[in-house]
Design a protein around this ligand. Structure first.
Ligand code: HEM
Length: 487
């Protein structure tokens, strides 16, 4: 028998049961009704929601050979984004760590953390992180933009060794933003009927309602340019002997050293494109959650600052060398990832063959939706799960406990390849902000605090909706520190 789930109707299956908004919340309610496994079908496609960490690790980790495919989504193929998913599903290309210097999926040991920190600290040069702090000094109300600029700058530097000019006038950044926007949009259920009825792709472009063909055609062109422009930049730099290190450059040098071919170069261009796409929105959204959580919890800001002042000293910026001495700040970072995961249903996996689990049949080709939201809000693991409480990661004596699993990075062989880099980026940006600024609720004209509504957007990556908060230098000393950093 199949796992339990809402009762399907003839032909359409569970079409009308499937939530069209913030699906993870409905999936989490279904957990009470149906349990850890919830199965449903829409027009012949099978879906399995995994609502507990145990079921997820039993299947996606322990039976990785069966559960590591990616589903094929028609609109993604038609938009020219399939290179990203084909890399992800043909794991031999992707997984071979030798191609991907930052693919750290196979282990979590100390060395890997150090490599990740090295990549991030070279990308997170004082100039780049100071730019965010500087901007916060002059236009604190535009903090969401400054956050996005910082993460975009770090990731462009990491992947391409490219220094962005600004968030809005940089031609390469513009290509990236527009291509990714179209990719995310296509993940919204109902945006493209071709995802529900794949045969629609054969409808000719002149047919009424077939305007999607033009949209897809334009997107293919855009995605091509989005991969080509930064690739050309890296190649030019290599030829001119410039020493900008980056993931793509390392890949190309590795290729050359092994008598690589032009075809291989094309692969590397694609890998860099995947890395950028996977890194940009996710890191930006998580840093926005960080600001939101801090603004809502002044007591957390105070405790973290007290720890920073004791270890680093008021008026100095923390560096990775301080990280292990700052358990409370570490707990804050873990809680940011747990409290509001920005990939609440991770990225879907798919099964490679039939399987049986807990007495239930899971047919080949089933699309697996790991409900990260349910796992990080599981009361047996995280009591009072909606409360932002870094202490849940600390022992009574203030040291960190052993719960260092960031569920939001996904599972098994498909676990986020950039997780150590992402974690290092979030840590560095959060502690440098805490060391220099007070973060709290904004006040209205009458001096009354403006509540922050904790509401999120829909889509593959779920962002906090724009909110207001107050970000001011902690005191004259930290103001001087920020304004004196040489940009
Ligand atoms: C806070 C930031 C991030 C979050 C929350 C995040 C989350 C995720 C999740 C949930 C997956 C899917 C895992 C699964 O299928 O089980 C994933 C995959 C991936 N991530 Fe991240 N990610 C982040 C940042 C990054 C960064 C910075 C990079 C690159 C430098 C990156 C590169 C990738 C790649 C390449 C994959 C595909 C792995 C594969 O399919 O084999 N991510 N990420």
């Amino acid at each position: 028998t199949l796992p339990p789930g809402p009762k399907p109707k003839l032909l359409i299956g569970n079409l009308f049961d499937v939530p069209t908004q913030l699906a993870w919340l409905t999936y989490t309610k279904w957990r009470k009704q149906y349990g850890d496994l919830v199965f449903f079908g829409v027009f012949g496609n099978n879906f399995l929601i995994l609502n507990s960490l145990k079921a997820t690790t039993d299947l996606l980790d322990k039976r990785a050979t069966i559960y590591s495919e990616r589903p094929s989504i028609p609109s993604i193929r038609l938009m020219g984004w399939e290179f990203s998913f084909s890399f992800m599903s043909h794991t031999d290309k992707w997984r071979g760590g030798k191609f991907v210097p930052f693919d750290m999926s196979s282990s979590t040991d100390e060395t890997i953390n150090i490599i990740a920190q090295k990549i991030v600290s070279s990308a997170l040069s004082p100039r780049r992180s100071s730019l965010m702090l500087h901007n916060l000094l002059t236009t604190p109300e535009d903090f969401l933009e400054h956050v996005e600029q910082l993460t975009t700058a770090i990731i462009m530097a990491m992947v391409y060794g490219y220094d962005i000019k600004s968030l809005h006038d940089d031609p390469i950044v513009h290509l990236q933003q527009e291509s990714i926007k179209r990719l995310s949009e296509s993940a919204i259920p109902g945006r493209f009927m071709v995802n529900v009825f794949p045969f629609l792709r054969h409808v000719p472009a002149w047919f009424p309602g077939a305007g999607f063909h033009q949209f897809f055609k334009d997107t293919v062109k855009l995605v091509g340019q989005m991969k080509q422009a930064p690739f050309d930049f890296v190649k030019q730099n290599m030829q001119s002997g410039s020493d900008r290190q980056s993931v793509l450059r390392e890949l190309l040098e590795h290729n050359e050293a092994h008598g690589g071919s032009v075809e291989r170069e094309e692969d590397m261009k694609d890998i860099a494109g995947v890395a950028y796409a996977a890194a940009a929105e996710t890191t930006t959204a998580t840093l926005m959650v960080s600001v939101m959580a801090l603004a809502m919890h002044p007591e957390v800001v105070r405790k973290a600052q007290a720890e920073l002042d004791a270890v680093v000293g008021l008026g100095s910026l923390p560096g990775f060398e301080h990280r292990s001495e700052l358990p409370y700040c570490e707990a804050v970072v873990r809680e940011i990832f747990r409290w509001r995961p920005i990939t609440p249903v991770a990225i879907a996996h798919a099964t490679h063959e039939d399987d049986v689990y807990d007495g239930y049949l899971i047919p080949k080709g089933t699309i697996i939706l790991p409900n990260v939201w349910a796992m990080v809000h599981d009361e047996t693991m995280y009591p009072d799960p909606d409360t932002f409480k870094p202490e849940r990661f600390l022992n009574a004596d203030g040291t960190l406990n052993s719960d260092d699993l960031i569920i939001g990075f996904g599972f098994g062989r498909r676990i986020c390849a950039g997780r150590h880099a992402a974690d290092a980026t979030l840590w560095a940006a959060t502690v440098s902000l805490l060391a220099t600024f007070n973060i709290g609720k904004a006040k209205d004209a009458a001096g009354k605090e403006i509540e922050i509504e904790d509401v999120f957007t829909d889509g593959m990556v779920s962002y906090p909706k724009p909110f207001k908060c107050s970000i001011t230098p902690r005191n004259e000393l930290t103001k001087q520190l920020v304004s004196n950093i040489n940009l």
